[in-house]
Design a protein around this ligand. Structure first.
Ligand code: BDP
Length: 697
């Protein structure tokens, strides 16, 4: 059992009762047409049903018996057109679907229909999921449509096939063999994405290489787009802002220069010749050394609009990232995006979305929501989540990230009073935007199981589910993922679900509890390095973020400090400004507090901090116990793999705990309270380890 099949396993249902009932309800397949998308639906159904039910379903051109599965759009199926579903179909838009139990030609049938063939494909995957998770399919009345228009994976893949912050092997895109050789894995990638409703993929790293928009590469991009198209997935590329100079031979990339505009217009014409439904560009500009409009004294809107104008005739979009920082805001890097972008609200073209990371710093194990959400009412904002675990233990530690995504989506910005959640900002409902989106930095690579850690698959899965519907709970998502991936047995589902739901908090606790952030070793984002200081830039050191001293610890972002809090709406600002009302999980994000500050538990800050670090390790031990109890209930291969990884995780959780507790103790000058196992080595030992930790990553 190598995990390659992800959640689309389709093993035969072993519960005899369930199997019998499905076999009576599903007796023939009526699916007309042979377009690439219809063929994809047919193949998925044949594979899925023959696997799950162990039968080859007969195909018919019209409903001939009880238990027919009638699938199609009103356009490609006259029977469906005759069913009078117009009102329901009108309500679900281009990509939604209906699954209904209906009498068709006098026979009980299950109808899967939509306004587009891709909508039907989504319905087919949903129907298969019902079977995979053993749902009752007797009286179905399902209506589902995506709440966001753009549900996109961001691959940080380089043209040499290395993946920035990728921990699951190399890039899936075999550039050197494309377009001649089409790896069958591309189709499986598309199937997996379509099964969760992802409808776009950015193939290349945000730290972009202009080569990808030259003809030699566009041919390869076209080959990938051709594979993905039947699955409703559009291809996007990252645009290097200096491309007109680097590959176009121009002297400038100034977005207001007529020659530069003409160059991008011609480039768009060229790209659309290869890929007629090209999705558009994702751009990282003027951040971490990337070129951008500010190099020419222009702003982000000038840059984004120039590209947007080039793509507009073809319906393409620009996703312009708000992840920007440099030395311009010396007191607090967390403030820069808001400072640069809020004044530009209303200045972007209609086909521009501003893509904002979930928190104001950088994908930390926990961050408060980004203050830009709600603060740019005239601009559609996308949220960018990191599915790859750059700061949460790579593909070694088990972290179910859905709870992190959910925490951000559920956060109330108060932009238009209570209930103005991040979810409502990004689905466009709060400020009535026509386009909306979510971006997830992919955790996928050439590893046989795609994501390295078997539970990394759950993060890809939950990302897609939340992009379709940002209001689903992490618990519900975990439930269906476990059933599809491991087992429908309650004795597996319940413990694994608990393990998953608490896994991210365990990491927060042993790495950086109570709002601490960015305590990683130098030059990698894996092991502990709370002592990192004196580097070329202050905001690349840990001491900048934790500010520990003999009096206390934490980053003062209140009015007496960097005042980053001023960027939030008043209700949030007030709540976070007062340490007594600030949720304790964000306490040291916003406040510098004395070591003897009293926490809600009654413990002082030092004791509370120590307690969290120890709880983190305890939780990992708890996860191990849970996992070990599943031996024999799931396949031996994945059982052993996770078991081993959890052992590594435990060792590294202890390393994190001991490093941080011993280091912070040099400031607090207080003992580790009685009852806790004491670190077995002195601080110097851990400090030296840091340099050996995953060198070069
Ligand atoms: C940081 C990563 C860096 C990315 C950057 C980004 O460390 O590799 O290039 O984000 O999002 O998290 O642009």
């Amino acid at each position: 059992e190598d995990g390659y099949r992800l959640w689309l396993r389709y093993d035969k249902i072993t519960n005899a009762q369930v199997l019998t009932s499905y076999k009576t309800s599903i007796t023939e397949l009526v699916l007309l047409g042979n377009s690439p998308t219809v063929t994809a639906s047919r193949k998925e159904l044949q594979t899925g049903l023959s696997g799950l039910l162990g039968i080859q379903l007969p195909e018919a051109t019209t409903v001939t018996r009880e238990g027919a599965l009638l699938i199609g759009t009103p356009e490609n199926s006259p029977v469906i057109a005759s069913l009078n579903l117009t009102t329901s179909l009108q309500a679900i838009g281009k990509e939604g679907f209906l699954i209904q139990t209906l009498k068709v030609q006098g026979k009980n049938s299950t109808v899967i229909t939509a306004n587009s063939e891709v909508g039907v494909l989504y319905g087919v995957f949903h129907f298969l999921k019902l079977l995979q998770t053993h749902q009752n399919i007797q009286k179905l009345a399902i209506q589902s449509s995506p709440k966001l228009t753009h549900r996109i994976l961001n691959h940080w893949d380089n043209l040499d096939r290395t993946v920035e912050r990728g921990y699951a092997g190399f890039s899936l895109w075999e550039w050197h063999k494309l377009p001649g050789y089409i790896d069958p894995r591309y189709t499986d990638y598309a199937r997996a994405n379509a099964s969760i409703g992802i409808n776009g993929t950015v193939l290349t790293n945000v730290n972009a290489n202009a080569l990808v928009i030259t003809p030699a590469y566009l041919e390869k991009v076209k080959a990938l787009a051709d594979v993905f198209r039947p699955y409703g997935i559009k291809v996007y590329l990252t645009a290097r802002f200096s491309a007109p100079v680097e590959i176009g031979g121009l002297k400038t990339a100034d977005p207001l220069d007529p020659g530069v505009k003409a160059w991008w217009n011609a480039k768009a014409d060229e790209i659309y010749k290869y890929v007629p439904d090209f999705g558009g560009f994702l751009v990282k500009a003027n951040s971490e050394g990337q070129p951008g409009p500010q190099n020419y004294g222009r702003n982000h809107a000038d840059g984004a609009n120039m590209l947007a104008d080039a793509l507009a005739p073809y319906g393409g979009i620009v996703m312009w990232r708000a992840f920007v920082y440099d030395n311009k805001v010396p007191d607090d890097r967390a403030k820069q995006a808001y400072t640069e972008f809020v004044p530009l609200d209303g200045k972007f073209r209609d086909n521009v979305l501003v893509q904002v990371k979930n928190g104001p710093v950088d994908f930390q194990p926990r961050e408060p929501f980004h203050p830009l959400f709600g603060a740019m009412p005239k601009t559609p904002l996308m949220v960018e989540f990191q599915i790859t675990q750059e700061y949460l233990g790579f593909s070694t530690h088990l972290a179910y990230l859905s709870t992190l995504f959910e925490e951000c989506l559920d956060s109330d910005t108060y932009a238009k009073g209570p209930g103005s959640t991040v979810a409502k900002v990004i689905d466009g409902s709060l400020h009535a935007h026509k386009i909306s989106g979510m971006a997830g930095v992919a955790n996928i690579g050439t590893d046989r199981n795609w994501t390295g850690h078997p539970f990394g698959q759950a993060n890809w899965y939950s990302y897609g589910r939340l992009a379709w519907d940002p209001y689903v709970s992490s618990e519900a998502i975990a439930d269906e993922w476990i059933k599809m991936t491991f087992s429908n047995e309650a004795a597996v589902v319940n413990p694994v679900k608990q393990l998953m739901l608490h896994s991210r908090e365990a990491i927060v606790n042993y790495m950086m509890p109570l709002g601490l952030h960015h305590l990683f070793g130098w030059d990698h984002h894996y092991g502990p390095g709370p002592w990192i200081k004196n580097k070329p830039r202050a905001d690349w050191t840990s001491v900048y973020y934790h500010q520990a001293d003999s009096l206390g610890i934490g980053f003062n972002r209140t009015v007496s400090g960097s005042n980053a809090l001023s960027q939030y709406f008043p209700v949030v600002r007030e709540k976070f400004s007062n340490p007594k009302t600030c949720p304790e999980e964000y306490l040291l994000w916003f406040h510098h507090l004395p070591w003897d500050y009293t926490l809600k538990s009654g413990k002082n800050l030092w004791e509370g901090l120590v307690q969290h670090y120890y709880m983190g390790v305890d939780s990992v031990r708890g996860m191990q116990k849970t996992w070990n109890s599943l031996e024999g209930k799931i396949d031996a291969d994945r059982f052993a793999q996770v078991q081993q990884l959890l052992k590594v995780q435990e060792k590294e959780a202890i390393l994190w705990r001991n490093s941080c507790v011993l280091y912070f103790q040099t400031f607090s000058r207080r003992p580790i309270p009685a009852g806790y196992e004491k670190p077995d080595k002195p601080l110097e030992y851990y400090e030296k380890l840091e340099y050996k930790f995953v060198p070069g990553i």
